[in-house]
Ligand binder design. Structure first.
Ligand SMILES: [Fe+2]
Ligand SMILES: [Fe+2]
Length: 259
């Protein structure tokens, strides 16, 4: 079994004008929980900072360096504000990276556009992404991580900041045989299953900006041959099952690994 802790939207920030959008106590508790869980990988789907400032990147790197598992980190729209993408490269390395585990391949893609809340993949990066997915072993379970969500998420109010080429990217992911896309951005956990592609959204682990009836949280994903369990882990609470994907509800797309 491969266990993934999926964290998103940390939003490290310093107090400005008497307020901050960041809850360090939630991040501290979340990191303690994640280290205790000891997952194979921690995927962080962006918005490490609030404004992309150097002081925020320094904070984010300090917190993230406490993670004892391997990490895959991509930037979010907040990290690309004020040319913050330059700090992202400096502090975390270029945002398109990949990891391989037995039977599982993960790749991250930067969907941010400087100074805009919306994001896209774009034709050039999509070609790069598909090329890398094609290089993944055929039998592997294939995951793509991006900050912006491919399709709208319920309970998030007016839809105005999803990926601008979502339809094209969604179809490309399905055609390329991707099994799961991990997203952040809306601070609202959710799971969709479309044409054997699971789209899993993580909430925010430590931002004050939360929508009604949501708490600071992250997701835990357990991947085994023929069965995937996705749990919502609200900070300080027991994991809540969000989805169990098996051959029955996932279709032939779930078959991976040595059969
Ligand atoms: Fe965010
Ligand atoms: Fe975001």
């Amino acid at each position: 079994m491969v266990t993934i802790a999926h964290i998103s939207d940390i939003h490290c920030s310093k107090t400005r004008h008497g307020r901050t959008g960041f809850k360090p106590e939630q991040l501290n508790a979340g990191l303690r929980e994640v280290n205790k869980l000891n997952p194979d990988v921690v995927v962080i789907t962006g918005d490490l900072t609030m404004f992309g400032f150097k002081e925020e990147y320094k904070m984010a790197r300090k917190y993230i360096s406490r993670i004892e598992s391997e990490t895959l980190i991509i930037p979010g729209n907040h990290d690309s504000r004020y040319c913050g993408y330059e700090y992202f490269d400096e502090y975390f390395g270029y945002g398109n990276i990949s990891l391989k585990f037995p039977n599982i391949s993960i790749i991250g893609i930067d969907t941010t556009i400087p100074d805009l809340d919306e994001g896209n993949v774009g034709r050039g990066k999509l070609r790069w992404l598909i090329g890398n997915i094609k290089k993944m072993p055929k039998k592997n379970f294939k995951l793509v991580a991006m900050h912006h969500h491919l399709i709208p998420i319920p309970h998030t109010g007016r839809e105005r900041a999803d990926i601008t080429d979502g339809g094209t990217v969604l179809k490309a992911m399905i055609n390329a045989g991707v099994h799961m896309v991990l997203c952040g951005h809306k601070h609202t956990p959710n799971t969709w299953l479309i044409n054997n592609l699971a789209i899993v959204n993580a909430g925010s682990v430590s931002a004050t900006k939360l929508r009604a009836n949501t708490r600071n949280s992250y997701n835990i994903i357990e991947i085994e041959n023929n069965s995937i369990d996705i749990y919502l882990k609200e900070i300080g609470r027991k994991p809540k099952p969000m989805a169990n994907l098996t051959k029955t509800n996932f279709g032939s797309g779930l078959m991976f690994g040595d059969q």
